[in-house]
Design a protein around this ligand. Structure first.
Ligand SMILES: [Zn+2]
Length: 382
C-alpha cells in the first residue's frame, strides 16, 4: 500500500510528512500543513506480554482467533510488535502453545507481522520462593538443551528470547548454545551469586528481565544479584513501570544506572484492558483489579498478582513521574527493544525502515492513539 502520513516528529518536534510504499517509509520531508498536538512515533514493541483483555497466551484453549483478538487489541494501544511470553508449564503445555502460535502466524499475515518472536520465560528458573515469583514450582527444571531444541523446532525458530536463572546446573553452556543459535538470553527469576551473573554475561546473556522484581524480600547488602546486574555495563534491563511493581525511588535508580539500556515491558496478564472487578486467575486463584489498574490477590490486597497495565499505560505512568523525558520514554517502549534485538529495520523514523507507526495526541498526561500503522497499513483508527 502507498500512503502519506503527516504529523509532528515525536523527537524533533518538527512537522513531517512520511511517504509510505510497500510497507516501508520511503521518504520523510518537512510538512507545512499539520494539526497541532498530533505526533508521529515508531510503534510500541512489548518484549514481555502474557495476555491482554481476557485472553492469556498461557491458558489452554488458545487459538488463532484469540491471538488475532489480542493483536488487534494491542493495535488500539499503539503496540505494533509483541513477544507472547510463555511462562513455566509442563513440556507438553508449552509445546501445544508453541504449535498454536506458529499456526496463527502461518495462517494469518497480520499476526505473523506483529508477533516478532516468542519469549520463553521458564521453566529453567530458580525454584526458590521469591525469585520464582508466580511460576509453578512443579514444572521448574534445569536447563535442557534437547527439550529447548524440540520447542524451537515446533515453533520453527520463533523463540527469540529466553529468560533463565544462570545458577542452574548446565545454564552457562545452555546460554552459549542459545547465543550461537541467535536466541537472545535474559537473566531473570534468579537467585544467582554475583559470580554466576558475571559468568552468564560472559557467556552472552544480554539483558535482565523485569529487573528489581521476582527477587528475595531480603538480600545481603553488599553482594547480591541485583547490584551485580546493575553494575554490568553489558546488560540491558527491562522494567515494569506500571506504578505498582517498582517504587519510584528504585525505578529512578534503575533508570539512572541503565540509561539508554532501559526498556519498558508491560508483563501484562490477561486482566490488562479489562474493567475493574474480581476475576479468576489460572495460576493464582481469585484476583482483584482496582480502578487504578492495580492487580492484587483477593483477600491479600498487599500482594500483587501480576500486571494489568498495557505498555502504553506504562509509558504514561513513567512520563508522569518526570524521571525521564517524554521522548526518552517513547524510545524505551519502541526503539530500544528493537535495538537490543538488532531489528535495525525497525529502529525509528528513518527512510527505508518498516512503517510500523503510531499517530497520537497527548492531553492531560494521557496518550491517545489516533492511528496505528502496521507495515504501511492503517490497522487502527480512532
Ligand atoms: Zn517474570
Amino acid at each position: 500500500m502507498s500512503g502519506i502520513l503527516t504529523g509532528i516528529h515525536y523527537k524533533t518536534e518538527q512537522p513531517i510528512t512520511l511517504e509510505i510504499k510497500s510497507g516501508l517509509i520511503e521518504k520523510i520531508s518537512a510538512a507545512s500543513d499539520f494539526k497541532p498536538n498530533r505526533f508521529i512515533a515508531p510503534g510500541l514493541v512489548d518484549l514481555q506480554i502474557n495476555g491482554f483483555k481476557g485472553v492469556d497466551f498461557n491458558e489452554s484453549g488458545l487459538n488463532e482467533d484469540k491471538v488475532l483478538e489480542i493483536t488487534q487489541e494491542l493495535f488500539k494501544e499503539g503496540v505494533t510488535g509483541y513477544f507472547p511470553t510463555l511462562i513455566t508449564n509442563s513440556a507438553e503445555a508449552i509445546s501445544n502453545t508453541l504449535k498454536i502460535l506458529l499456526q496463527s502466524c502461518t495462517e494469518c499475515q497480520i499476526i505473523n507481522e506483529s508477533l516478532l518472536g516468542i519469549h520463553l520465560e521458564g521453566p529453567f528458573l530458580s525454584a526458590e520462593d521469591g525469585p520464582r515469583g508466580a511460576h509453578p514450582l512443579q514444572y521448574i527444571q534445569n536447563p535442557d538443551w534437547e527439550l529447548f531444541c524440540k520447542w524451537q523446532e515446533i515453533s520453527q525458530g520463533k523463540i527469540r528470547i529466553i529468560t533463565l536463572a544462570p545458577e542452574l546446573p548446565g545454564a552457562i553452556s545452555f546460554i552459549k548454545k542459545c547465543v550461537a543459535a541467535g536466541v537472545t538470553v535474559a537473566i531473570g527469576h534468579t537467585a544467582a551469586s554475583p559470580e554466576q551473573i558475571q559468568e552468564a554475561v560472559k557467556a552472552g546473556a544480554r539483558f535482565s528481565t523485569h529487573l528489581g522484581n521476582a527477587s528475595h524480600l531480603v538480600l545481603p547488602r553488599h553482594s547480591n544479584y541485583i547490584w551485580e546486574q546493575l553494575a554490568s555495563e553489558d546488560l540491558w534491563a527491562t522494567l515494569i513501570a506500571d506504578g505498582f511493581h517498582l517504587p519510584e525511588s528504585l525505578l529512578s535508580v534503575l533508570l539512572k544506572v541503565k540509561q539508554n539500556k532501559s526498556i519498558l515491558v508491560s508483563d501484562a496478564t490477561k486482566f490488562a484492558g479489562l474493567p475493574p472487578g474480581s476475576y479468576q486467575s489460572h495460576i493464582g486463584g481469585s484476583v482483584e483489579l482496582a480502578e487504578n489498574g492495580r492487580l492484587s490477590m483477593k483477600g491479600s490486597p498487599k500482594m500483587l498478582a501480576g500486571s494489568a497495565r498495557s505498555l502504553l499505560d506504562c509509558v504514561d505512568h513513567l512520563i508522569s513521574t518526570k524521571l525521564e523525558t517524554t521522548v526518552s520514554v517513547f524510545d524505551m517502549a519502541s526503539l530500544r527493544p528493537n535495538e537490543l534485538l538488532d531489528n535495525t529495520k525497525r529502529c525509528g523514523l528513518k527512510e527505508g525502515n518498516i512503517a510500523d507507526l503510531i499517530v497520537f495526541e497527548r492531553n492531560s498526561g494521557i496518550t491517545k492513539i489516533i492511528q496505528t500503522v502496521k507495515f504501511g497499513e492503517v490497522v487502527y483508527s480512532l
